[in-house]
Each structure stands twice: as C-alpha cells, then as structure tokens.
Design a protein. Sequence first.
Length: 318
Amino acid sequence: MDSAVAEFDLIERIRRRVATRDDVLLGIGDDAALLQPPAGMQLVVAMDTLNSGVHFPPDTAPADIGWKALAVNLSDLAAMGALPAWCTLSLSLPEANGEFVDGFLDGFLALASQHDLALVGGDTTRGPLSICVAVHGFIEAGQALRRDGARAGDDLWVSGTLGDAAAALSQWQSGDAMDPALRVRLDRPTPRIPLGRALRGIATSCVDVSDGLLADLGHVCKASGVGALVDVDALPASPTLRSGFDADARRLLQATGGDDYELCFTAPATSREAVIEAASTHAPVARIGRIVAGRGVSAVDAQGVAWQPSVAGFRHFE
Ligand code: ADP
Ligand code: MG
C-alpha cells in the first residue's frame, strides 16, 4: 500500500476478526507465524490464486470471493485426505477498501470457522485485485490420498454433482442471467473435507475436480500409469442442470467444465460397500467408470458409443 496507515488499518480489520487455535503460538502481528504441528502427523501444504476476471466474474460479491478463495484451497486438502489447520492470505487490492475487506472476510471466515481453520498471517499490497491463499493441514503419516495409486480394475467414483459451476459460467459468458442454483455452485463451492478424511485407507487415488473431470482424471492416469474409461451418462447431475440443458450440452459441461471442486477417486471393486459406507454421512457418491490398463482417459455414452468432447479441460474466461 502507498500509505502505511491504510495497510495497517486493513491488517487490523483482519486481525481482530480471526479465530485462533491452541497450536498457533503466534499469529498475525509478528514478522512470521509460529505454529506447533502435532507429533506423528505430516504437514500438507497447498496454494491457489484467484485473479479477478480470470477465476471469478468481476461483479462477484466480496463475500463470495472470500469464500471461494478459501474453498479452492481447502478442496486441495480434501483431495489429499488432510485435516485443515492454518492458512495465510495475500491480498492485492486496487485501493485500500475497508468495505471490500470486511465483505471478503464475511465469506472467508464463515468457511474457515466451519473447518476450525486459523488465519495466521499474510501480506497486503496494492495492485490488480488478486487473492492468494495458502493452506496447511495434517495427515497421518503415510495416509495421504495421492494421484499415483490408481490400479487397473479399480472403480472410478465422483462426489456430489458435476457441471453446475460451468453451466453458470456459460450463462454469464453468453450474457444471460445466471440461474441462482447454478451460480451458488460457482461462487460457493463445498470443499469435501469430511469425505476426503473418510476415504483414507479406502481410496487408492484422489484428485479434486477443478479444471474439468476429464482433464483432472488425466493427471491421475498419468501419475498412476493407467487409463480410465468414463461413462458420461453416469455423471451425477443436479435437477437444475438436467432441466436447463440438453444431453449434449450437459455432457460437455459435466465432463469438461471446471470449478466443481468435487472429489474424483478410485477404489478396488471389492471396496464398493466400504466406499458407500464411508461416504454416507458426508456426500453423495456415484460410480462413473473404471480404471483400465493403458494410457489416457476415454469416455462412452450409455449405449457404449465413444464420446469425444469438443473442448478438453477448463478454459479460463475473459
Ligand atoms: P512485515 O512488514 O514484517 O512483512 P506486514 O506489515 O506485512 O509485516 O504484516 C504484519 C502482520 O500482519 C504479519 O503478521 C502478517 O502476517 C500479517 N498480515 C499482513 N497482511 C495480512 C493479510 N492479508 N491477512 C492476514 N494477515 C496479514
Ligand atoms: Mg509483509
């Protein structure tokens, strides 16, 4: 910030609202945070940046930006099976706008408190609107859900529903009003932390769907040295998506649209009941295909006919 007073004021607004935890020995206010990781746990660290006009429409409400900036990060912890603990926040703001920061914190801290997550530090600078969050969590040693554990014969699963966020974005891009039920999925994704925790010891691999199912599944296949066969007509869809989009549009949104933040994971076929039992109190899960020997991701429709997307992966909007 040009003015040290403005920067101090913003940091003070943040500091007085954050919750703390016993393992935060020093939080906001010193040169760095001092944190006490629990014995026997591994530290899991992830970071994601949201830029205005690239990762959210410029007219997004500050509280929704705050929620999403944290949600996309927590989703990465969920995909590892980790338990969230701490986060840091780098805010680049065009001007020292206290109202924006207050609104931002409404969304950010609402989600943080759901996960007993403490904001322990950050940085505040002037520049184009951009938010960078780093999250830190814990995982029992050796229990992390990685991308490289999928094996041929495993079932392929996904949580929740796919395509709603991309559908909202497609409405926004074509100048239509966004359906509120779709927009809430774009603005306020639900990080699947409890599901990720429940899948420890059951899932052989896991990834969160941020760039589109087929693209993210491609990373799993590459890391695991396997292929995947997806049934595009088995992808779970919300009632709003089903009623508002025809089958072709729906398949494209669900298979290639971004911003779902659901978990896509693999597990041996012998673990079907264990998966359903583990997921039952946390999130709906659907079986959407299987892991096969070979390379790459292919998709078929309900008739078994090969299905090819006209685009691969998520296209940032401008
Ligand atoms: P320094 O000049 O030593 O880097 P700063 O003035 O940048 O200190 O930050 C002062 C304190 O406020 C530090 O503890 C820092 O982590 C915290 N802080 C700064 N910006 C933020 C922010 N956006 N969110 C949370 N904490 C912040
Ligand atoms: Mg600093």
